[in-house]
Ligand binder design. Structure first.
Ligand code: NI
Length: 183
């Protein structure tokens, strides 16, 4: 099911730390992950965090493959294909190097800005069954994992911009809110 995405400034859930997942291997958790992938593909994102669909849980899904963006999974395609990454209760355990590139967010549509992040990260997380694993990523995958883990801590990419730039974007969004173009 494609869910509505919460937009920045419309709902404080985006700026609050999400709660750890404590129950695994439940139908609710599998459904949440499935809906998050569907929503992410429908909105042509490369990552989505649960607070963005108004669920305050430490769950994020990522797919940086660019394959069939906006489409549902092809018939016979397994949900656990390696380019579909599910991170539950993720923690960054190491970071290396730096990269700067344009970043956007499904909760802040229409705004893209250069953000500097680590070039390579190692993340420790749990899967839907509660099994711990480590995943290493660089370039776009590193950026996506860091962006999504930020979401779980109530942090948006705007926090990585200068305060001047951030205030300018906030002001533009407030104008869009007032004219009913930001719902
Ligand atoms: Ni985002």
């Amino acid at each position: 099911m494609v869910l509505d995405i919460v937009k920045y400034l419309n709902n404080p859930i985006l700026e609050r730390p999400a709660d750890p997942v404590t129950e695994f291997d439940t139908p609710e958790l599998y459904k949440l992950v499935e809906d998050m992938f569907e929503t992410m593909y429908a909105k042509r994102g490369v990552g989505l965090a649960a607070p963005q669909i108004n669920v305050a849980k430490r769950v994020t899904v990522i797919d940086v493959s660019g394959r069939d963006e906006g489409e549902e999974l092809a018939e016979g395609e397994e949900e656990d294909e390696p380019d579909q990454i599910v991170l539950i209760n993720p923690v960054v355990i190491s970071k290396q190097g730096k990269q700067t590139g344009e970043e956007g967010c499904l909760s802040i549509p229409g705004f893209r800005e250069p953000v500097t992040r680590a070039m390579r990260v190692v993340v420790r997380a749990q899967d839907e069954k509660g099994e711990f694993f480590e995943i290493e990523g660089d370039e776009l995958l590193a950026r996506a994992m860091l962006h999504e883990i930020d979401h779980l801590n109530g942090v948006l990419f705007l926090s990585h911009l200068s305060s001047l730039k951030r205030e300018l974007i906030k002001r533009k969004i407030r104008k869009l809110q007032q004219s009913g173009e930001w719902e």
